[in-house]
Design a protein around this ligand. Structure first.
Ligand SMILES: [Zn+2]
Length: 85
């Protein structure tokens, strides 16, 4: 996982709404899931469905692993292996 730097247009009131996806160039849809940490946001690309963790105070972003692929590789649990105590 590598952090990628990005730049924000300080003069734009909607600077985070003009952040392009590093993969395809489409503008990201920005979410702020945790109000207590406003510098950490989530950018979702509607075009290539990449998710990015944005660290806004440092202007860095990191692409998150693709959830469907990660889940597909997960070994399935069938039945009850060892019963919980
Ligand atoms: Zn994209």
């Amino acid at each position: 996982m590598a952090w990628t730097s990005f730049t924000l247009d300080e003069e734009s009131p909607n600077q985070f709404e003009e952040l392009p996806c590093p993969r395809c160039g489409e503008f990201l849809v920005i979410h702020a899931p945790d109000p207590s940490t406003p510098e950490r946001m989530l950018g979702v690309c509607a075009e290539c469905h990449s998710w990015y963790l944005l660290h806004c105070s440092e202007c860095k972003m990191m692409r998150l692993p693709d959830a469907p692929g990660a889940l597909a590789r997960k070994p399935g649990r069938k039945g009850s292996g060892s019963p919980p105590r």
